[in-house]
Write a protein that binds this ligand. Structure first.
Ligand code: GAL
Length: 606
């Protein structure tokens, strides 16, 4: 039996090594399920907390100019928002006029007059980035992994599209990654780049802009909403090349924002390749669209942490259902972004911005939740139209809680001590973040009435259930799903995360012996990295699996095997001093998805 299982595991590993995405940390040919001793995310010097700032896209799309951008930059400083952390000023699509015959990019100087410099064919963004840096701000810019950008495909009426021949209008980075990044970071001194992916998705031979000869055909790497037909490894490889160049020219603090909308198995590899990973299509200025952004992000706690954040898109505050006339909607929107540890990128015209909106996005207690240094994304619990999202904060016993009513009728929502990890019967202080005042202390649960389409944001400080143990469910930022057991063919649909906190991959609760348990649910044939930083003595868990196929579980501490187990058999492993603990589950999966498993009650003790 045991022998047969090992043989299966070996063949699984062989299959997996054919599918070598997510294995950035591995040498070619290495078994992706063998331990690496590394926490293999991108770079933690960049974006240690979710980036905050402003981007003109939601306010102006490509109808942007330097005066508008400089005006909003100045307003960030004048309103005090910059001092509160809103420091990135990121220009979006529309700035590139054409690609010159030597491969360099020419700036649209009608949009950025300061870029006109004597004897330069390209123009220079140096005066612009100098201006921002002089204000104490950071400068961000935009590109695409394909030959062309998104506005070229989707904003055909824009007055600011690239000009010239088909080739000259190829202002995306495809085939030019190293040179473009050198120009952008090395010469122009940007600090941040958002790199879109329309160029490898939306220029198929059958679409009118290509058929008409205006754009060259690109055999797509991303087929939207169809992962099995997409080529995730190629998408990942393009971002990997760009990421390497960004570190080379921009240094360790340069930020790479991946904009692949959760397509092409982005959750699997984006945390290894960049600092932000867009999870959804573009946010529109209505409630339903915002819900789509939330639903594509809120289960992704295991995919976020210092240096690698889920990105449900820029804030739509100031527009449509989130404008001055919809204060509850705007507050609910920001509440959910803060609890999800999302980037806070403002997208309304800050010149003469209404004070209530400035106050909303400037609420220091909300910002403290979003920017909490532990970097844990909140974990959701759903009941009907409400969602309770619990985020473990860095201070001992501290939690943030969002109580969210997505529906159109008033209701109430509750957070329980079990969800908070507080000792039963113990008391906790409760604070209303938006009102910035304490509420009555509570025991066992907090229940709040919620208006339609609204949210409350609370912070609580209480007594952890077990002072000597840290459940993995409370430190998702320290957990990285290095291998998730899926292939492009067996991948979950876009917007679904293969590994979840306190839930199985299909969303069912983790259950042991008919009782709910905490832990991490995912598929077998997976490898999970836990950043322990030498802080813990033991790792404990009871691995469980769905179905009857045998699964083997292995625990490694800095690459040394410290425990082997089977389904239902408790693990209590010595991990004293280990920097990285790896959890491997091995099963035979045939051609389908491996069985779902959970590291139930997984915890580290001191
Ligand atoms: C989209 C992207 C938007 C914006 C736009 C520019 O793909 O998701 O955030 O950057 O392209 O054309």
């Amino acid at each position: 039996m045991r022998f047969g299982l090992m043989a299966n595991a070996a063949s699984v590993a062989a299959v997996l090594s054919l599918w070598s995405s997510s294995t950035g940390a591995l040498a070619a040919g290495q078994d992706p399920l063998s331990p690496t001793g590394r926490f293999s995310t991108y770079a933690t010097a960049a974006a240690p907390t979710p980036p905050m700032g402003w981007n003109p896209w939601n306010a102006f799309r490509t109808d942007v100019d330097e005066a508008k951008v400089r005006g909003s930059a100045l307003a960030l400083v004048d309103t005090g928002l910059a001092a509160k952390g809103y420091r990135y000023v990121n220009i979006d699509d529309g700035w590139a006029l054409r690609r010159l015959d030597d491969g360099t990019l020419r700036i649209r100087d009608s949009m950025f007059p300061s870029s006109k410099v004597a004897n330069s064919r390209t123009g220079s963004f140096k005066p612009f980035t100098n201006y921002l840096h002089g204000l104490g701000l950071k400068a961000g810019i935009y590109s695409d992994i394909g030959p062309n950008t998104c506005a070229q495909r989707w904003d055909a009426q824009s007055p600011n599209l690239p000009e010239g021949s088909v080739k000259e209008r190829q202002v995306g980075s495809f085939g030019h990654a190293a040179k473009d990044i050198e120009q952008i970071f090395g010469t122009w001194r940007f600090d941040y780049i958002k790199i879109d992916a329309c160029g490898v998705a939306d220029y198929t031979p059958d679409v009118e802009p290509v058929k008409s000869g205006r754009f060259a055909a690109f055999s797509p790497y991303i087929i939207r909403n169809d992962i099995p037909a997409s080529q995730p490894d190629k998408v990942e490889a393009l971002y990997a090349t760009l990421g390497d160049a960004i570190r080379q020219w921009g240094g360790p603090e340069a930020v790479l924002s991946i904009c692949a909308w959760g397509e092409a198995m982005a959750p699997l590899w984006a945390g290894n390749r960049g600092n932000l990973s867009r999870t959804s299509p573009d946010i529109e200025f209505n409630w339903a669209s915002m819900l789509t952004s939330i639903d594509s992000t809120v289960d992704g706690a295991l995919y976020a942490g210092p240096g690698h954040w889920n990105d449900p898109d820029m804030l739509a505050v100031g527009h449509g259902d989130f404008d001055l006339a919809h204060p509850d909607g705007a507050r609910a929107h920001v509440t959910m972004w803060a609890i999800m540890a999302a980037p806070l990128l403002l997208g309304f015209d800050l010149r003469g911005a209404p004070q209530p909106l400035v106050d909303l996005v400037g609420n220091p207690e909300m910002i403290a939740v979003d920017q909490d240094v532990a970097g844990n994304q909140g974990v959701p619990y759903r009941t009907g139209n409400t969602m309770t999202v619990v985020r473990t904060l860095a201070a001992p016993g501290a939690r943030a809680v969002a109580l969210f009513n997505r529906g159109d009728t008033a209701t109430s929502a509750t957070v329980t001590w079990a969800q908070l990890g507080f000792a039963p019967g113990s008391g906790a202080t409760v604070r209303d973040v938006w009102a910035r005042r304490p509420l009555e202390p509570a025991t066992d649960r907090v229940t709040m009435t919620l208006k339609p389409r609204s949210a409350m944001l609370l912070t609580l400080t209480g007594v952890p259930a077990d002072a000597s143990a840290t459940p993995l469910a409370e430190i998702p930022a320290r957990v990285h799903i290095a291998v998730d057991g899926l292939t492009p063919r067996t991948a979950l649909p876009r917007g679904k995360f293969p590994a979840r906190v306190n839930a199985m991959p299909d969303g069912a609760p983790i259950e042991r012996g008919g009782r709910p348990a905490s832990g991490i649910g995912l598929f077998a044939n997976s490898r999970v990295e836990v950043r322990a930083d030498g802080l813990f003595k033991r790792f404990k868990a009871i691995p469980i699996a769905t179905g009857n196929s045998p699964v083997r579980y292995r625990v490694y501490a800095d690459r040394a095997l410290v425990a082997e187990s089977a389904t239902g058999k408790a693990i209590d492993a010595d991990v004293r001093g280990a920097r990285v603990i790896e959890l491997v589950a091995l099963a035979s999966s045939g051609s389908g998805r491996p069985p779902m498993i959970a590291w139930s009650d997984a915890k580290l003790t001191r």
